[in-house]
Design a protein around this ligand. Structure first.
Ligand code: CAA
Ligand code: NAD
Length: 286
């Protein structure tokens, strides 16, 4: 099994940026493909800030930072990913956009053995695979936010993914990136989001119903259950746009009330409140 030496990441937002960072820090050559030059510049600036922060914290030497930066390249041209051994898609959680992208990506990547992976939180992998002519090499490789900190990667083969592809992705995640993996069936939300998202939505319903303040709901779960952050702050971290899109996919799959997005979530998005990435959600950020 060939090692992944050349990685492509599509989307340089919070997840794509994090995946690119851990890949480059592991010695892999990474190209990040963004939608336009401004987004590429923003993604690069965030990544450079994160690497400088790691230097300040003593987790990386200046020389290691410079070497890591030399392995990170940015483009707005999908065709630049033609020589990649693996490409991980991390664009917005939008099925239509992802389907279009996988069809284009399939035409671009030359290596017939290359893995085409998605970091989707909830969209069925079989649908993405069906947009390509190599469904056996398509799978979900689902990282967690923030990627440099959280150890887990969920591996999600579709009904058509080959065992060799899953094993190669597992080796990449564990031996190259130092992550831990779990395997999930191709059901919306896989393991973690199928459990986590109804909890986050319940907290929003609790706030919406006037049961308690945001601060007390979060404090309850931090101090009462030892969670590192409460559900409303975590919703802000995930991104309220992403959370709504995940809830919609889960609801489309299961049609159960527990997955239905509460009206407050939609109203906040209508008001432009996307959580931490937009500066305001349930809380306000600098
Ligand atoms: N990049 C790199 N490192 C980061 C970071 C980032 N974005 N954010 C925090 N860190 C590091 C800090 O540098 C710090 O490192 P040291 O301990 O070595 O100093 C460490 O993480 C702790 O950070 P802080 O002290 O700033 O803050 P904290 O203790 O409150 O931790 C947190 C922040 C890591 C985000 C923690 O609160 C946490 O783990 N929260 C839960 C996150 C979670 O549940 N994520 C899953 C979301 S669901 C998902 O990802 C799936 C999906 O599909 C939606
Ligand atoms: P984000 O909004 O931070 O970033 C998405 C990025 O994709 C943006 O920078 C955007 O410019 C770029 N983009 C959009 N269309 C593109 C295209 N056609 N080509 C190239 N770039 C494009 O979103 P995110 O939080 O990084 O989420 C990305 C994916 O990861 C989603 O599928 C999401 O469900 C999943 N995910 C998110 C989290 C989370 O906590 N936010 C955790 C795990 C998985």
């Amino acid at each position: 099994m060939t090692k992944i030496e050349r990685l492509g990441v599509i989307g340089g937002g919070q997840m794509g940026g994090g995946i690119a960072e851990v890949g480059a820090r592991a010695g892999i050559d990474v190209i990040v493909c963004e939608v336009n030059a401004e987004a590429a510049r923003a993604g690069r600036a965030k990544l450079w800030k994160s690497l400088n922060h790691a230097v300040q914290k003593g987790k990386l030497t200046e020389a290691e930072r410079d070497e890591t930066q030399s392995r990170l390249h940015f483009t707005t041209t999908l065709a630049d990913l033609d020589d990649r051994h693996m490409v991980i898609e991390a664009i917005a959680e939008d099925e239509g956009l992802k389907l279009k992208l996988f069809a284009e990506l399939d035409k671009v990547v030359a290596d017939p053995e290359a893995i085409l992976a998605s970091n989707t939180s909830s969209i069925p992998i079989a649908k993405l695979a069906a947009a390509t002519n190599r469904p056996q090499q398509v799978l979900g490789v689902h990282f967690f936010n923030p990627v440099p900190v959280l150890k887990l990667v969920e591996l999600v083969p579709s009904l058509l993914t080959s065992e060799q592809t899953v094993e190669r992705a597992a080796t990449f995640a564990t031996e190259q990136l130092g992550k831990e993996t779990i395997r999930a069936k191709d059901r919306s939300g896989f393991i973690v989001n199928a459990l986590l998202v109804p909890y986050l939505l319940s907290a929003i319903r609790m706030l919406e119903g006037g049961f308690a303040s945001a601060e007390d709901i979060d404090k309850g779960m931090v101090l009462g259950c030892a969670h590192p952050m409460g559900p409303l702050r975590l919703s802000d971290l995930v991104g309220l746009d992403t959370l709504k899109a995940i809830a919609d996919s889960l609801y489309a799959e299961y049609a159960e009330p527990t997955y239905a997005a509460p009206p407050l979530l939609q109203r906040m998005l209508d008001a432009g409140l996307k959580g931490k990435k937009s500066g305001k959600g349930f809380y306000t950020y600098d």
